[in-house]
Design a protein around this ligand. Structure first.
Ligand SMILES: Cc1cc2nc3c(=O)[nH]c(=O)nc-3n(C[C@H](O)[C@H](O)[C@H](O)COP(=O)(O)OP(=O)(O)OC[C@H]3O[C@@H](n4cnc5c(N)ncnc54)[C@H](O)[C@@H]3O)c2cc1C
Length: 375
């Protein structure tokens, strides 16, 4: 039977999931050239948290909604400190609630018929969406529901607290992206400190390990760190956030080929760093500009490098601080920002690769190749 061709502006579109990817795409409803766009949300309380990213050309809307930015950042280990500066690619911090509000306004003000339905999608079947209340058909469905993580991978897990102090102890000019001068006994561990002003900061205890810890472990680590390095014993906790991000391969929740996977469901989380916000925006920009299907925002080469790097970290967690130190030292602010935003130039790769211990990486490259052939 001949199918009737659908003119683009007659399409009915659904977006599943109201996280970063779902809302970021909904904000671009007008660019979807559709008759209607329906966003399906799960009724849930999502505590606000913050996203960090380096300024890149595809992030101009996020830059306008930012909370703070830093033109300098540092990586600290027992070996020393690497300081980076960048005017072009400043490090930004954005509150998720601010971003969702901006997206919601864009979505509701779009010249396309838009609708929000607060019902979880329980199943999909061809181009049908099945909720607990009804079954509805769409011409195109973007699926941002969280994927399933593969077995035996590392997770990035963390707890952060935003605190206020009575004395001016934080440096709002320099973001501390990684401070490894903390106990490594529960996995690869570093502190992330964003000073919003001299009295206010986000302090996050972050681990890379096979499974999350109990909250006391992060709390104890933050307390100990603030005492040792900031001489800080009393502070007010304004807000806290926790997260668990898979660092490795994920499988879409629903493999129905009719669904266009987006966001973390389409592998947008950068496996070696857990950064996703910037990559989700890049993925959306790419497929909207090219009027194509969404695809991975990462290059095959980056994913291959990440696989080897993660194998090195998984099998040699003790060497992590030194590896991150070497990598940061090999780059300047601009190239570091590019490298972590998936925009590395050939010489950025050359500097990073030549700074790494060759024998260790060679061994892990063979392991990854062997696993790929077996699997
Ligand atoms: C606390 C925290 C801090 C982070 N910090 C950073 C950072 O600094 N920088 C950075 O780049 N990344 C950061 N990340 C990682 C990253 O940005 C997120 O993982 C990102 O939110 C992924 O977006 P997503 O839309 O793909 O998935 P999610 O945000 O997880 O959204 C998936 C959505 O699907 C919905 N859903 C699931 N099932 C259904 C269903 N059946 N029906 C309808 N809806 C459904 C869920 O309710 C959810 O809203 C952080 C993550 C967390 C949790």
């Amino acid at each position: 039977m001949k199918q009737k061709a659908i003119r683009t502006n007659e399409k009915t579109i659904a977006i599943l999931g109201g996280g970063c990817a779902g809302w970021s795409l909904a904000a671009k409803a007008e660019q979807l050239s559709a008759k209607s766009v329906t966003l399906y949300l799960k009724e849930e309380i999502r505590p606000s948290h913050s996203w960090g990213f380096w300024q890149m050309p595809w992030l101009s809307d996020a830059v306008l909604s930012k909370r703070s930015k830093w033109n300098s950042w540092q990586i600290i280990t027992e070996e020393g400190t690497v300081n980076h500066n960048s005017i072009k690619h400043a490090y930004h911090n954005l509150k998720s609630d601010d971003w969702f509000n901006w997206c919601r306004n864009q979505f509701l003000q779009a010249n396309t018929k838009t609708k929000i339905i607060k019902l979880p999608v329980t199943n999909t079947e061809g181009n049908h969406i099945i909720t607990s209340k009804h079954k509805k058909t769409f011409d195109c469905i973007y699926d941002s529901r969280s994927p399933k993580a593969e077995k035996n991978i590392l997770f990035q897990h963390f707890k952060g607290i935003e605190i206020k102090t009575t004395n001016p102890v934080f440096n709002p000019e320099v973001a501390t992206l990684m401070d490894f001068r903390v106990s490594q006994k529960n996995g690869i561990h570093f502190m992330y400190v964003l000073g919003y002003d001299a009295f206010t900061a986000l302090v996050e205890s972050t681990f890379f390990s096979p499974s999350p810890h109990s909250e006391e472990i992060y709390d104890e680590a933050i307390k100990d760190y603030l005492e040792r390095f900031y001489d800080l014993y009393n502070f007010e906790i304004i807000h806290s956030e926790i997260g668990v991000i898979p660092m490795g391969d994920v499988k879409p929740l629903d493999s129905n080929p009719f669904l266009h996977k987006i966001g973390s469901n389409a592998g947008a989380v950068r496996p070696s760093s857990g950064y996703a916000f910037s990559f989700i925006q890049k993925q959306i920009m790419n497929f909207l500009n090219n009027q194509s299907k969404p695809c991975s925002p990462h290059t095959k080469f980056d994913l291959w490098m990440d696989k080897i790097f993660l194998e090195v970290l998984r099998t040699n967690p003790r060497r992590a601080p030194s590896l991150f130190f070497r990598m940061a030292k090999a780059l300047d602010g601009d190239s570091f920002a590019r490298f972590l935003s998936g925009e590395a130039k050939i010489w950025d790769y050359i500097f990073v690769i030549s700074s790494m211990p060759k024998w260790l990486f060679l061994k892990c490259t063979f392991k990854v190749m062997f696993k790929k052939r077996k699997g």
